[in-house]
Design a protein around this ligand. Structure first.
Ligand SMILES: [Zn+2]
Length: 205
């Protein structure tokens, strides 16, 4: 274990505290995930508030298969409305017919809007993630002072809190609006002096 820790920290000293308990963010997250293997198998996502969640490169997106399931669910529920409408015509109950049709139309529209939203999320994450990954792979985490640094200065200078790091990374990747569920990261302010002088965060990579 000690060897592994040393391996991840070759020549890297934390610019924040001067300590050497510094490892790549990639390794830090991988180790935390390995420790929570069972949770990961059931949840598939880092637990909210865990270190790998605080350092996550992307918000993730609903995959195509899940979207398909949502679509089928929506159709089934909309179909119940059509069933009701059919009963209405059979039994001459216009209220059932109108209510059933209305129900089916509303559910269908809602389903389409959910599916389209999920597809949009997937697109945004797919486009931005390579940019975020580049930054994520260049980042080192210091467990001594819980800060994130970029030793070669290619992405930013000095140390950032995990929240500032996440905000900077997600902003550059173009999905900062997905920080909505992470109050700390959403409200984090990336110090201007941390950014290279030739450019701030780009909304789109
Ligand atoms: Zn440190």
């Amino acid at each position: 274990m000690a060897n592994e820790a040393a391996q991840g920290a070759v020549g890297v000293v934390c610019p924040g505290c001067g300590g050497s308990s510094v490892r790549t963010v990639e390794r830090t997250c991988a180790e935390e995930r390995a420790g929570e293997k069972d949770d990961w198998r059931t949840g598939g996502k880092p637990q909210r508030g865990s270190l790998s969640d605080r350092l996550a490169a992307s918000p993730g997106a609903t995959d195509t298969f899940d979207s398909f399931l949502h679509f089928v669910e929506g159709l089934v529920i909309a179909g119940l409305g059509l069933g009701l409408a059919y009963t209405g015509t059979q039994q001459d109950k216009p209220l059932y017919t109108v209510g059933g049709v209305l129900w089916a139309v509303l559910l269908f529209v809602a389903t389409i809007s959910v599916i389209r939203g999920e597809a949009r999320e997937r697109d945004v994450v797919n486009v931005g993630e390579p940019r975020a990954q580049r930054m994520w792979r260049a980042a080192y985490y210091c467990s001594g002072c819980e800060s994130v640094c970029c030793p070669d200065g290619s992405e930013w200078q000095g140390v950032l809190t995990p929240e500032q790091f996440k905000k900077l990374m997600w902003t550059k990747a173009g999905y900062a609006d997905r920080l909505l569920h992470d109050d700390k990261a959403k409200e984090a302010t990336v110090p201007a002096e941390a950014l290279p002088s030739h450019g701030g965060p780009h909304p789109h990579a």
